[in-house]
Design a protein around this ligand. Structure first.
Ligand SMILES: *Cc1c(COP(=O)(O)O)cnc(C)c1O
Length: 396
């Protein structure tokens, strides 16, 4: 998963070009920047790599989600359906535009259950936001059918699955918009950064303005730009974009290594009859940043997670995790916001004080995800595989 493992001369070269000019901002200063436009160059490279007509960089995955929501017209009173298993940033961005997060169960893909989505639709529903968790994808055909049928926006949170595909199309490019994170621990990193892709020129134009205080970017003099809409500052810097440029060129290598290693782990664990694997709607498009598997019950899973940890195998037992699963999101459930919500949102959030998610609990409490690193040597992979199998067997 982490591109930072392969940070080297290529990243330093790109960053140095920015440092030499001293122009750290992505806009303006045309005469001083020695022809370097790293953010623009990375956006074009993203378009080409993902076969997307439009790409907009931002300062983070969270600001990419917020910008996409604003550009898609999501705001006060709009319900956005999202999963119980994600990173907190998904609901943070919903709340930041004043919309209402409607959390629903996941299924054995560890992403949105299409049946749960359909059951949650109300006249206020405006968008469905699947989260392509842990490197793999949601059941996009089923979700797109639901969105088309009910005239809903499909916004893909692909922050954890950059480079993944579904039926030959890049994740993020299938819905009305898709977002990526290039934070320090994601598939490729900018240090901090994010991106939005869309097939809609209108959505792109709005993203472009929103992430830069509303600038229309039509003139050559920033001070004379017009401001058709209100915006914020969610810009990426040239330094961060420079890192991303070098990282993007390494993406295919990262994916190849991850897929190879994951297959070795998965084949070995397949020999244990009590182990079942996360369902992948399109296995060939999996980025293989994680291997996710289920054990028969919570006790066995807890034991296996502890055994793995003791054996030095990093793994996530998300049921106990404070950041990725609703069970421990007390701040969300109790609306512990530093500033007051609008009255409609405040009322809608009440439901989370008591709402239970037994279907999601039954999956996440039996699930272990183990990350796939890039830097492991072949002997290390063999050793890890043996330790992993032994640790899981010992728990059964
Ligand atoms: C990392 C992540 C984000 C947010 O990205 P940042 O760049 O860290 O702000 C959003 N959604 C998911 C699912 C993520 O994993």
């Amino acid at each position: 998963m982490p591109g930072f493992e392969f940070f080297g001369a290529e990243e330093r070269k790109e960053v140095n070009e920015v440092l030499e000019s001293g122009i750290l901002m992505r806009y303006g200063f045309d005469a001083q920047r020695n022809g370097h436009w790293k953010a623009k160059e990375l956006e074009l490279a993203l378009c080409e790599k993902l076969n997307a007509p439009y790409a907009q960089l931002t300062s983070s995955g969270t600001s990419a989600l917020t910008t996409a929501m604003a550009a898609l017209g999501l705001g006060a009173g709009d319900e956005i359906i999202m999963p119980t298993f994600t990173f907190v940033a998904s609901f943070e961005s919903v709340l930041s535009v004043g919309a209402i997060p409607v959390l629903v169960d996941i299924d054995d893909t560890l992403t949105l259950s299409p049946a749960a989505v359909e059951a949650a639709i109300t006249p206020k529903t405006k968008a469905v936001m699947p989260v392509h968790m842990c490197g793999s994808m949601a059941d996009l055909d089923a979700l797109k059918t639901i969105c088309d049928k009910h005239n809903l926006i499909l916004l893909e949170d692909a922050c954890q699955s950059f480079g993944g595909t579904y039926k030959g199309k890049a994740l993020g490019t299938i819905g009305d918009a898709g977002t990526f994170s290039f934070d320090f621990v994601k598939t490729i990193t900018c240090g901090e950064g994010g991106g939005i892709v869309t097939n809609s020129k209108d959505v792109y134009t709005k993203c472009d303005a929103y992430q830069d205080h509303g600038h229309d970017h039509l003139g050559i003099d920033r001070g004379a730009d017009l401001h058709p809409y209100l915006g914020y500052n969610y810009r990426i810097s040239e330094l961060h974009a420079a890192v991303g440029l070098a990282q993007l060129r390494k993406l295919d290598t990262f994916l190849e290594i991850q897929r190879k290693t994951k297959k070795i782990f998965k084949d070995a664990l397949s020999a244990i009859p009590e182990v079942s694997f996360r369902r992948l709607p399109d296995e060939s498009g999996d980025t293989a940043t994680f291997l996710g598997f289920f054990l028969p019950d919570e006790d066995t899973t807890r034991k296996a997670a502890a055994n793995l940890k003791a054996a030095g195998i990093v793994n996530f037992y998300y049921y106990d995790n404070n950041w990725h699963y609703i069970r421990n999101w007390q701040h969300f459930k109790q609306s512990q916001s530093l500033s007051r919500f609008g009255s409609e949102l405040q009322a809608a959030m009440k439901v989370y004080e008591t709402k239970e998610f037994p279907v999601s609990d039954a999956l996440i409490s039996r699930c272990i995800c183990t990350p796939i690193n890039l830097g492991w040597s072949e002997p290390e992979i063999v050793e890890r595989t043996e330790k992993m199998v032994a640790a899981v067997r010992a728990a059964i």
